[in-house]
Design a protein around this ligand. Structure first.
Ligand SMILES: Cc1cc2nc3c(=O)[nH]c(=O)nc-3n(C[C@H](O)[C@H](O)[C@H](O)COP(=O)(O)OP(=O)(O)OC[C@H]3O[C@@H](n4cnc5c(N)ncnc54)[C@H](O)[C@@H]3O)c2cc1C
Ligand SMILES: NC(=O)c1ccc[n+]([C@@H]2O[C@H](COP(=O)([O-])OP(=O)(O)OC[C@H]3O[C@@H](n4cnc5c(N)ncnc54)[C@H](OP(=O)(O)O)[C@@H]3O)[C@@H](O)[C@H]2O)c1
Length: 284
């Protein structure tokens, strides 16, 4: 028979202590959308205040191969949940050999992540002058800030119409966004707080470039040809009434930025609100 040793203060003190994760938050839910996209929710630090559309640094502890010491591995991540939510949500890529996401893709409820509570970013309402129609332009995981802003009451208080375009390579890469937008129709809390049927202000324009879907093509090309405006049944962009936020890969951001400037819109910032704002969805 195995002898039971009572845990005394002395024995407990000699047990190897689990190293505390700095700025730890607990994962509460994980959903995998494709083999390279997932979203997750985690607890929110009581002291964290942020504006819908901002990003923070998140990550995991990793062992430094040289020193053998544990240290944080952090990356910029947009908070995909709105500022009022009790929890935080993130929408993530899985880069097969990416230092962070090759590990982050395996997280499950109960695991801890690091979250540095210093939110920043330009995709915020404060960086835009008042307008009538708000455009959200996204590619890939660039949808994340708009997942936050589409659930932000101010979006509907400030604008008569909200147009969200999302361009991805494949149809399944649109699912996270499509489900979120569909879910707004039956979201009791938002319909009560913002007003019943607030979601009717949204026009959703998803497109794919490398797989068949109801609408194919890059949003930039579809706007240049006028097809996007015809499909949406709206007038082309006008600097008097239209405001825009852009979040995608660098080439997309630059191309769309140039197009918006041609329409007469000027780039704004937190300290100098104007007609459009832009942020990279990832570096390079
Ligand atoms: C302001 C900002 C906000 C960001 N918000 C998000 C977010 O909400 N969700 C998210 O998944 N990533 C986001 N990123 C990218 C994120 O910081 C990391 O680059 C990503 O998590 C991959 O980390 P990694 O260490 O695995 O690979 P890294 O070494 O960081 O990246 C490896 C390569 O993977 C590609 N890559 C990185 N991120 C993406 C992406 N999101 N989509 C497509 N290709 C990518 C790039 O080619 C990059 O060079 C953001 C980046 C910035 C600058
Ligand atoms: N998505 C995948 O299935 C996949 C699979 C394996 C590896 N990867 C790698 O992951 C990285 C990121 O891929 P991603 O698909 O997430 O992002 P991405 O390459 O930034 O493409 C996302 C969407 O943006 C479009 N786009 C790119 N540049 C544009 C521009 N200037 N104007 C308008 N639209 C533009 C793309 O269209 P186009 O298709 O016309 O470029 C695509 O529909 C890449 O390095 C890629 O090689 C992706």
């Amino acid at each position: 028979m195995t002898e039971m040793t009572p845990v005394t203060e002395a024995t407990a003190a000699t047990a190897p202590a689990k190293k505390a994760v700095p700025d730890a938050q607990t994962v509460t839910e994980v959903r995998h959308w494709t083999d390279r996209l997932f979203s997750f929710r985690c607890t929110r630090p009581a002291s964290l205040r942020f504006r819908s559309g901002e990003f923070v640094m998140i990550g995991l502890m990793q062992t430094d191969p040289k020193s053998g010491k544990e240290k944080p591995l952090l990356r910029a991540y947009t908070i995909a949940s709105p500022a009022w939510d009790e929890e935080l949500e993130f929408y993530s890529i899985q880069v097969p050999d990416g230092p962070l996401t090759s590990k982050l893709q395996h997280i499950k409820p109960g695991d801890e992540i690091i979250l540095r509570p210093k939110p920043v970013g330009t995709l915020v309402h404060d960086a835009l002058l008042p307008g009538k129609r708000l455009w959200f332009f996204a590619t890939g995981t660039g949808f994340a800030p708009f997942a936050s802003l589409l659930r932000e009451p101010q979006t509907y208080e400030d604008y008569d119409e909200v147009i969200i375009t999302h361009t991805c390579r494949e149809a399944a890469e649109l699912h996270y966004g499509a489900e979120l937008i569909e879910g707004l129709k039956t979201d009791e809390l938002l319909n009560e707080v913002i007003g019943e049927g607030f979601w009717k202000k949204i026009k959703y324009y998803p497109t794919t470039t490398r797989e068949e879907s109801p609408k194919m093509g890059r949003i930039t090309d579809l706007m240049r040809s006028g097809e996007a405006f015809r499909d949406l049944g709206v007038e082309p962009i006008n600097p008097e009434t239209d405001r825009a936020m852009i979040c995608g890969n660098l080439a997309f951001n630059l191309e769309l930025k140039a197009m918006l400037e041609e329409y007469g819109l000027e780039e704004g910032a937190n300290s100098d609100p104007k007609q459009y704002v832009v942020e990279k969805a990832f570096l390079d």
